[in-house]
Design a protein around this ligand. Structure first.
Ligand code: PLP
Length: 451
């Protein structure tokens, strides 16, 4: 391996990183990850880091699984690429579509493949609008989403998302996309009970539908549990009310399962955990545990029937890429046969939840919210007042993330919320290590914030 400083210099000189400021990178140098095994990463300096983020919420079965390497190699030898355009198909795409149809909730039996969550959400945006056009209701073009949601970085998916920092750059959102508030009780619930607040936030959807005119609304998109927005677990009252409203107005529900899918919340899909009945599910990340770039839209039989009755002028060269499909199939086999989803629901998941909840005893932690194996800590200068570090939002979170890094733990921060989303194969001793290192990092960040 070339010396780290040399790699860092080359990286800073030529490599543009997503969501990273170039100047900071050149000064500090990127941390260069060289290998992974289970829940652990090794960097170019030989540090072993506990990856409490599963990469970017995706390495559900952990690093280093040779079965996936072999599945990729075998498929590359057999047929490295062929497209699925123009009525051609191939075995890996057929098998994966069939497997997904058997795993997803009843009535969602059709898959449109993509290479990422962003692409899949672009598909969804065009598909729901096209669906209503083909149904003879062309006025239904509006799509409703939530502020602070993340649905991807392409122009379509970035518009569906509700990240104001993203909207400020490059001409987003595109027309016809509307946002309502997120159900973040800790930060925005004021004096309301969580349940009343959940209802109030759900009813913003009804108000928005009425404002736009129900006959103009195509769909509502949301994650069952909002991930990149800070792991916002909604109050129990929220989803039943949202489901009632979309049913009442006959609006399509798109559940973005890019993070929640494939075991993250303790069931195969977050929609099951939260008790919702989507018409479309966006999938990516955990579908292949990140070993290959693959995503897709799993759609209802009704949507597939209508779209299939005409021509949907949409597709990607790599829709149903054979190597990605073969790897995803092997990943799903491992998740299933090793009982990994069951463990998140019944065994290591509850253990992580218990240990994670105990972090609320830390003086800087206001709430610890966790569903399955996705959780967040709200950092606060004043627990009782549910105060945020308003003046310099995100600074303490960043400090905390850096202290975690220094303590060989990878956690992410979203503003002043600290996130965990470890590989689903994390063991009890590893969970203990995670929580101990998180506590130590919180202590150090608090001491630093006070000076
Ligand atoms: N949807 C959700 C909920 C996500 O969290 C992400 C990525 O983090 C995406 C969509 C976009 O997926 P990708 O980065 O694969 O394009």
């Amino acid at each position: 391996l070339p010396p780290t400083a040399e790699l860092q210099a080359l990286d800073a000189a030529h490599h543009m990183h997503p969501f990273t400021h170039g100047a900071g990178l050149a000064e500090k140098g990127a941390r260069i990850i060289t290998s992974g095994e289970g829940c652990w990463l090794t960097d170019s300096e030989g540090h072993r880091l506990l990856d409490a983020m599963a990469g970017l919420w995706c390495v559900n079965i952990g690093y280093g699984r040779q079965e996936l390497v072999e599945a990729a190699a075998a498929q590359m030898s057999e047929l490295p690429f062929y497209n699925t355009f123009f009525q051609t198909s191939h075995v890996p795409a057929i098998k994966l579509a069939e497997r997904l149809a058997s795993l997803t909730p009843e009535g969602l039996d059709h898959v449109f493949f993509a290479s990422s969550g962003s692409e899949a959400n672009d598909t969804n945006l065009r598909m729901v609008r096209t669906y209503w056009e083909m149904k003879g209701e062309p006025k239904r073009q509006n799509v409703i989403s939530r502020w602070n949601a993340y649905h991807g970085s392409s122009v379509g998916s970035g518009s569906l998302g509700g990240m104001k920092g993203m909207h400020a750059q490059g001409g987003m959102p595109i027309p016809g996309i509307h946002h309502i508030d997120q159900p973040n009780w800790w930060a925005e619930g004021g004096d309301m009970t969580p349940e009343d607040f959940g209802l109030e936030r759900a009813r913003q959807l009804e108000a928005k539908i009425k404002e736009l005119g129900p006959e103009t609304v195509a769909a509502f998109i949301a994650e069952p549990v909002q991930g990149a927005g800070g792991v916002i677990v909604p109050p129990d009252s929220y989803w039943p009310e949202v489901q009632r409203i979309v049913d009442k107005y006959g609006i399509l529900l798109i559940a973005d399962e890019v993070i929640c899918g494939f075991g993250r919340t303790g069931n195969w899909f977050g929609s099951e955990t939260m008790g919702i009945r989507p018409d479309i599910m966006t999938i990516a990340k955990g579908l292949s545990s990140g070993y290959q770039p693959i995503g897709g839209s799993v759609v209802s039989n009704e949507i597939a029937r209508v779209i299939g009755g005409g021509e949907f002028n949409h597709g990607y060269t790599y829709s149903g890429h054979p190597v990605a499909c073969a790897v995803a199939l092997e990943n799903l086999r491992i998740l299933d046969e090793e009982g990994i989803v069951d463990r998140v629901r019944d065994d290591t998941g509850p253990y992580l939840q218990e240990r994670f909840a105990a972090l609320t005893d830390h003086p800087m932690v206001g709430e610890a919210k966790i569903k399955g194996m996705m959780g967040s800590l709200a950092l606060t200068p004043d627990k009782a007042a549910r105060a945020s570090f308003a003046a310099d939002a995100g600074t303490v979170g960043l400090l905390c993330r850096e202290r975690c890094f220094a303590n060989d733990l990878i956690m992410r921060h979203v503003g002043d919320r600290m996130i965990v989303s470890p590989p689903l194969v994390i063991s009890r001793p590893e969970i203990d290590t995670l929580v101990e290192r998180a506590w130590k990092s919180l202590d150090e960040a608090m001491a630093e914030a006070e000076t």
